[in-house]
Design a binder for this molecule. Structure first.
Ligand SMILES: Nc1ncnc2c1ncn2[C@@H]1O[C@H](COP(=O)(O)OP(=O)(O)OP(=O)(O)O)[C@@H](O)[C@H]1O
Length: 248
């Protein structure tokens, strides 16, 4: 796997206003391609806002934001970027396969490629046997995997996942992270926001946000070394406390 590619996402002087507030103000960050990159930060730090800007659905964005070499939100990125929002965003009255065929069309997959795309996405999220089940009758974990499959069906190069493991049991969380690692091994980039610090250790790179600022661009190992903390959770708290004191 070629790892020395241009960054999948490059932000320079990125600003975002929401509800009259400057939620992100002058952010510079690169998301390396072909890696699993964790976006961490306290509640309200701007994780969802940044992800929304990357996928091009956020208003009032200023500065430079390049995604896969194109301006964020470009039509050409529709198929190249997959987005999984915090809430499962699939149709509960349709079957798994009907949902995925619909999202395949939205992603611009030609009809001749739809069957194979749906089958590949179903296999990736391990939902074989549920293709013809109505989504409303699936368990919560299965439903969130349908959302992931919907984002994967266009075969995207960049997957943007907003807290994909919230509410899932430890076994499902582990299985999802195994899937994320496998997707990155295929050369895809995954930008994953999370509150769960033990998940941070599964990432190749960590971006820590606080009040819309990047307070660390690091690796799980570096984070432990620089903070001297015994685990990712306490390292994260130490870093947040330190940057809070510095900003006073
Ligand atoms: N529509 C809005 N109008 C005004 N402020 C908003 C709006 N949406 C978000 N914000 C504010 O922007 C900031 C960043 O919100 P965002 O949802 O990006 O944070 P987050 O890090 O994803 O939080 P969480 O982990 O709780 O989901 C918060 O202070 C939030 O209150």
């Amino acid at each position: 796997m070629e790892k020395n590619r241009s960054p999948a996402v490059r932000a320079r002087g990125l600003g975002v206003e929401r509800g009259g507030h400057r939620v992100i103000d002058g952010l510079d960050v690169d998301v390396p391609a072909g890696r699993v990159v964790g976006l961490l930060g306290p509640s309200g730090s701007g994780k969802t806002t940044l992800l929304r800007a990357v996928v091009g659905v956020q208003d009032h964005v200023s500065g430079e934001l390049t995604v896969l070499g194109e301006p964020a939100g470009s039509t050409v990125l529709r198929r190249r970027v997959g987005y999984v929002t915090q809430a499962a965003s699939v149709y509960t009255d349709l079957t798994v396969a009907q949902n995925l065929r619909y999202f395949a069309r939205l992603a611009g997959l030609p009809p001749s490629a739809t069957g194979a795309g749906v089958a590949r996405a179903v296999a990736t999220v391990d939902l074989g046997g549920h293709e013809h089940q109505t989504v409303g009758t699936l368990s919560g974990g299965e439903r969130s995997r349908v959302s992931l499959a919907a984002a994967l069906v266009g075969d995207p190069e960049l997957l943007v996942l907003d807290e994909p493991t919230v509410g899932l049991d430890p076994v499902l969380r582990r299985d999802l992270w195994t899937t994320f690692r496998a997707l990155a091994a295929e050369g895809r980039t995954l930008l994953v926001s999370s509150h769960v610090m033990d998940e941070a250790t599964q990432c190749d790179r960590l971006l820590l946000l606080r009040d819309g600022d990047l307070v660390a661009d690091t690796t799980p190992d570096e984070l432990l070394v620089t903070t001297g903390a015994p685990d990712a959770e306490r390292a994260f708290l130490a870093l947040i406390d330190r940057t809070t004191q510095e900003s006073r």
